[in-house]
Design a binder for this molecule. Structure first.
Ligand code: GLN
Length: 196
């Protein structure tokens, strides 16, 4: 089986955890900090962290437009938590001038589940992932406030969608990269393989 080459946007956030999870899922994982590095990958993960910071740094590093362009032209992308926010077409409560890559027809609410000390873990049944629920780590997580016709919710928690897929784009409000359960990364590696 071939190893898809998958980048992790490495400006801020839990980059190392995603790199390790991708390698465990059978991909070749590379950090992406520059447009040239983006050019070398077949798929991209946007990590958890702080979406306002990731957005600012992505603009400063000249990566925001190139990432939008790659996503528009069909590159698979997966975002966890802050990464989910980066893949949303719209943020309900953006910090001033907070920009996203976009691509998923949804509106997300930042910090929807409360503050850092209200972080929690819950078992999440995820469509398209066999073998029982995945452990969901929610850290100042967003939820999906509304979802457009082109996107599909894969999981709900507490009445809100917390995982979405639209074609080659995948987003989770929680952090599979922190759990040692690599099924979500395997699903994404499969999406990248299918696209290439
Ligand atoms: N609340 C953060 C944000 O708005 C996301 C937190 C996370 O990625 N764990 O970006």
């Amino acid at each position: 089986m071939t190893h898809p080459v998958i980048g992790v946007l490495a400006l801020q956030g839990d980059v190392r955890e995603h790199l390790a999870a991708l390698e465990a899922a059978g991909a070749t994982a590379l950090p992406v900090r520059r447009p040239e590095e983006l050019g070398r990958v077949q798929g991209l993960v946007i990590p958890g962290g702080e979406s306002t910071t990731i957005s600012k740094l992505a603009a400063a590093f000249g990566l925001l437009e190139p990432m939008r362009e790659r996503v528009r032209s069909g590159m698979p992308a997966y975002g966890s938590c802050a990464g989910m926010i980066m893949l949303a077409d719209k943020i309900l409560d953006p910090r001033s001038a907070q920009e996203t890559i976009g691509g998923i027809d949804m509106i997300v609410r930042r910090n929807a589940f409360g503050r850092q000390n209200e972080s929690f873990e819950a078992a999440v049944e995820l469509d398209g992932v066999a073998g029982g629920p995945v452990p969901g780590v929610f850290i100042r997580a967003p939820w999906v406030e509304s979802i457009g016709a082109r996107a599909e919710s894969l999981a709900e928690y507490d009445g809100h969608s917390v995982a979405v897929r639209q074609g080659r784009l995948l987003a989770t409000a929680f952090h599979p990269e922190l759990t040692g359960d690599h099924r979500v990364h395997r699903l994404f590696a499969e999406m990248v393989r299918d696209a290439t």
